[in-house]
Ligand binder design. Structure first.
Ligand code: PMP
Length: 428
């Protein structure tokens, strides 16, 4: 494939945008080469500035569950835009999407909309601290909850890809209130709680981790976490920025039948527009300003275009009883196909999958936490990534990311992808 125009655009961007990108993981630093510049996208495909067609397994890092430029979402945004793009005043559509979200997600009474997943998680932690009147939080190594200070401690996603899981600029004072636990290790969480008696406000977790590749919770880990949190008066925060409205209507809470105290959402709930949200039962949400003392605000929060896109998107997901089964079926098909092909060619690997999230790790050992995720062979991953890209299959440019499956993918697209993996695996 030819990427001449993408390369030229990247060189131009580098002069005026740090690293040429507005979010680090786009930069291809982990895999080498220059990023692809997207011109447009439709359904399961991206079309780049050089005229290449790519099957998209990133899907805007999750939200394009029903495919790019999905007509009901586009129509809703266009119609809204004609009536004004922002007012900073209440609009009816905010209540409509809130009512729908509250009806779909278990165990929440109220939801507040923000502009990104980062804002959602940051606000959720402030709320947990305000509610419990405690300061410390527990997060898991390899989980990513956005780029606010408290979370850039052993963070996953781009932070791991670039070897900067702990960022300069985060003060020691902030860092000391974030305790780090090992994913899937309940004894480790227990010890942290014991060592910090009555000091921990919340445990925040990706209920299925997606930012160290895909790592599922194992051996009733979430249920045990729930029990521990209840026992110690700690709020359990599910960061469902990736899993919400993707793994099931009610996200991971529904899939695993576990109630979290606060749930965070991101890009999915905005149909791909810049949206986030956090939600909880009344007792907790009523602590928020203007009802309560915990301050949180946003000029563009509840923006009409974002609400219109989000409402159109989650309405579709709510009305289609089969969508989550279809997504899981397609992902399983891909999983089996890739496994067969990699085995045929004796490529050492582990594949993790939950619902429509899947990732390929190039190591034989099970991948259950950040340490085991980091053991994957990055040289093999780089070859795998570029080999697939050359054949028109676009996966995330880092082994610390998950592939997201869209319902727009046909079985022919999946077969094409498996065949591309077959060709690449001969070169690994
Ligand atoms: N939480 C999780 C689980 C995420 O995956 C992300 C982003 N990928 C975030 C929070 C932050 O969201 P945003 O990039 O919209 O700020």
């Amino acid at each position: 494939m030819n990427y001449t125009r993408s390369s030229a655009l990247f060189a131009q961007a580098e002069k005026v945008i740090p690293g040429g990108v507005n979010s680090p993981v786009r930069a291809f630093k982990g895999v080498g080469g220059t990023p692809i510049f997207v011109k447009e996208a439709k359904g399961a495909y991206l079309y780049d500035e050089d005229g290449n067609r790519l099957i998209d397994y990133i899907n805007s890092w999750g939200p394009m569950i029903l495919g790019h430029a999905y007509k009901p979402v586009v129509d809703a945004v266009v119609e809204k835009a004609k009536k004004g793009t922002s007012f900073g005043m209440p609009t009816e559509i905010e209540t409509q999407i809130a009512e729908l979200a509250v009806s779909m997600v278990p165990n929440i009474d109220k939801i507040r909309f923000v502009n990104s997943g980062t804002e959602a998680c940051m606000s959720a932690v402030r709320l947990a601290r305000g509610f419990t009147k405690k300061d410390k939080i527990i997060k898991f190594a390899g989980c990513y909850h956005g780029h606010s200070d408290s979370f850039l401690i052993q963070a996953g996603s781009g932070a791991s890809t670039f070897g900067t899981p702990n960022s300069p600029g985060v003060t020691q004072g902030t860092a000391k209130d974030t305790l780090l636990a090992v994913y899937n290790d309940i004894e480790n969480v227990n010890q942290l709680i014991d060592a910090n008696k009555n000091e921990i406000a919340c445990v925040i977790i990706e209920p299925v981790a997606g930012n160290m590749g895909c790592v599922p919770p194992q051996n009733d880990f979430l249920a045990k976490l729930r029990l521990l949190c209840t026992e110690h008066n700690i709020l359990l925060i599910f960061d469902e920025v990736m899993t919400g409205f993707r793994l099931a209507k009610g996200g991971a809470q529904e899939l695993y039948n576990i109630n979290a105290d606060i749930v965070c959402f991101g890009k999915v709930i905005g149909g791909g527009l810049p949206v986030g949200a956090f939600a909880a039962r009344n007792e907790i949400m009523n602590e928020l300003a203007p009802l309560g003392p915990v301050y949180q605000a946003g000029t563009l929060s509840g923006n009409p275009l974002a609400m219109a896109a989000g409402l159109a998107m989650i309405t579709e997901l709510n009305n289609d009883a089969e969508v989550f089964n279809r997504l899981a079926e397609k992902t399983e098909y891909l999983h089996k196909g890739i496994t067969n092909v990699l085995n045929e060619n004796k490529v050492v690997h582990t594949i993790n999958r939950v619902g429509s999230m899947i990732s390929v790790h190039f190591d034989a050992a099970p991948v259950v936490d950040f340490k085991t995720a980091a053991k994957g062979n990055n040289e093999t991953f780089k070859k795998f990534f570029h080999g697939l890209l050359n054949q028109g299959v676009y996966i995330a440019p880092s082994a610390f990311e998950t592939w997201f499956i869209t319902d727009a993918l046909s079985f022919d697209d999946l077969d094409f992808t498996i065949d591309a993996v077959r060709k690449v695996s001969k070169t690994l």
